[in-house]
Design a protein around this ligand. Structure first.
Ligand code: GSH
Length: 270
């Protein structure tokens, strides 16, 4: 890839943008994080830069994005593309780890990578909420973002071992992972591992109190995300940004800096 700058447009939380950031960090690619204030009607605490909450930026930007959503990635050519998994495939066709592209050349491997990524996207809206009759206060992600804590009444029955619909999804995921590892497809790292690393770390602070409920008796999921955390260019990325997390808001019981805590944990950054 060339040296011109990529720009990741996303809120200053991991969410769906983090996998894109991690891919670029892994590829040692020069990029800038353009943090868009979260479009929540909450007061901006004084002195925080960039401002965390709504200042009108998203209202102006939304119609100019390809799909009305974030993340978007601005390419060095100036073209702006959207959709997390499309961006990951695009980057994966350009970035190698140990001689192999992160989106595999072989059709069948690429198909497997796609299916891992698609199943993660199926879990995403359930955890965010807001697809059913939920209001913001009863949607698991918004509950922590609004500082109201995790929604145990929502999570506990759905994570019940062998029974809950979410627990079963994580079991399917565990069963689909290559036995010998360390990554989802086996020896070769792929962009699906990067998405899994980003998703579990994010959900383990934004929706669940910790990652434990998702990792319990699912050693292959844990092996993949721990192996990603050990990659030097990724831990370097988090180390470099650690101090900037001090400029994040505290809302109710939520310290927004903690949304990055699992990334630091997996990268073994104290
Ligand atoms: N399938 C899309 C979903 C994107 C999406 O829903 N993004 C949310 C943030 S995670 C968003 O932009 N919400 C603001 C809005 O819809 O106005 C992707 O994976 O990129």
């Amino acid at each position: 890839m060339n040296d011109k700058q990529y720009i990741v447009n996303y809120w200053n939380v991991p969410g769906r943008g983090e996998s894109v950031r991690v891919m670029l960090a892994l590829g040692d690619i020069n990029f800038k994080n353009n943090y868009i204030p979260l479009p929540f009607p909450m007061e901006n605490p004084p002195g925080l830069k960039p401002v965390p909450f709504d200042d009108g930026t998203w209202n102006n930007l939304k119609p100019k994005t390809p799909w009305g959503t974030l993340p978007t990635l601005e390419l060095p050519s100036g073209k702006i593309i959207g959709q997390q998994r499309s961006i990951l495939r695009y980057l994966g066709k350009n970035i190698k780890y140990r001689e192999n592209f992160l989106y595999p050349d072989k059709n069948e491997d690429a198909l497997l990578v796609d299916s891992f990524m698609d199943m993660l996207e199926d879990i995403w809206p359930i955890l965010i909420g807001l697809n059913g009759p939920e209001s913001m206060e009863t949607a698991p992600l918004y509950s922590t973002m609004l500082g109201l804590g995790t929604l145990d009444d929502f999570l506990n029955p759905r994570m019940e071992e062998g029974k809950g619909d979410l627990a079963l999804q994580f079991d399917f995921l565990e069963n689909a992972i290559d036995e010998s590892g360390p990554f989802l497809l086996g020896q070769n790292l792929s962009c699906a591992d990067i998405l899994l690393f980003s998703a579990i770390s994010w959900w383990g602070s934004a929706v669940f109190p910790e990652m434990d409920a998702m990792l319990y008796e699912r050693p292959k999921i844990e092996r993949s995300i721990r192996s990603v955390g050990k990659i030097e260019s990724i831990s370097k990325y988090y180390e470099n940004l650690k101090d900037s997390r001090k400029a994040m808001p505290i809302v109710g019981v939520t310290n927004y800096a903690d949304y990055y805590k699992n990334f630091h944990k997996l990268c073994e950054i104290s």
